[in-house]
Design a protein around this ligand. Structure first.
Ligand SMILES: Cc1cc2nc3c(=O)[nH]c(=O)nc-3n(C[C@H](O)[C@H](O)[C@H](O)COP(=O)(O)O)c2cc1C
Length: 196
């Protein structure tokens, strides 16, 4: 079984990153209960990807229309497509997440490979059974927090039936409350990682 870890833990806090703390809690627990699983990491900070503009978009479209998904432009989409389980960790930035994660989403959203259309709309084609989204925010979590909604809907679009989320919220409100918020959120991340 392969877990794809999408690491978007871009931070000004170095080793004190709250997002990374959630990811490490999740991954440590996952590895404990799934010793045979392979964890493959996509480190977004060291990935050379750009937003799609013309002519790259036209070139990718032509390959997709020809049904040729073997080339390097589809490498990230193929990797996402074949993962059994996926965990994404990203800080809450500008009401969603860092833009490099949006660029990554452009690269994995390949019509004909990770999803396709039928008469009744969009259908997902990814192999993944589960996707978890881990995020840390200065403000408190809200029912309509965009990063969470976005990943919930992406999971559905890609045909990944189960979505879970851990949001460590309110971290820039009162510094005294941060240790307690993080302890509780890391415990949720550990519990999710254990049963993931
Ligand atoms: C560029 C940037 C944008 C941010 N935007 C938001 C925001 O829109 N809403 C929010 O609640 N917090 C926002 N924050 C605060 C972070 O979510 C918060 O500090 C979080 O702990 C960052 O994760 P980290 O500790 O892993 O760096 C922002 C922080 C940065 C650096």
């Amino acid at each position: 079984m392969k877990l794809l870890y999408i690491d978007c833990c871009i931070t000004l806090r170095g080793p004190e990153s709250r997002t990374r703390a959630l990811a490490e809690a999740f991954l440590a627990a996952f590895r404990e209960t799934h010793p045979a699983a392979e964890v493959e990491t996509v480190a977004l900070e060291s990935l050379d990807i750009r937003p799609y503009l013309l002519p790259a978009l036209r070139e990718r479209e032509a390959l997709a229309e020809a049904g040729d998904f073997t080339g390097p432009v589809f490498a990230l989409a193929r990797q996402f497509h074949r993962a059994d389980k996926i965990v994404v960790a990203a800080p809450f930035w500008d009401l969603s997440f860092p833009s490099i994660l949006r660029v990554y989403i452009e690269h994995i959203s390949a019509c004909g490979l990770t999803y396709h259309y039928e008469a009744d709309g969009c259908h997902g084609d990814c192999r993944g059974e589960r996707l978890a989204y881990l995020t840390a925010g200065g403000d408190f979590e809200k029912p309509d927090s965009l990063g969470v909604l976005y990943w919930r809907q992406l999971a559905a679009m890609f045909g990944i039936p189960r979505f879970d989320c851990v949001f460590a919220g309110g971290l820039d409100v009162d510094p005294e409350r941060v240790p307690a918020i993080m302890a509780e959120a890391c415990e949720r991340a550990r519990a999710l990682g254990r049963e993931f």
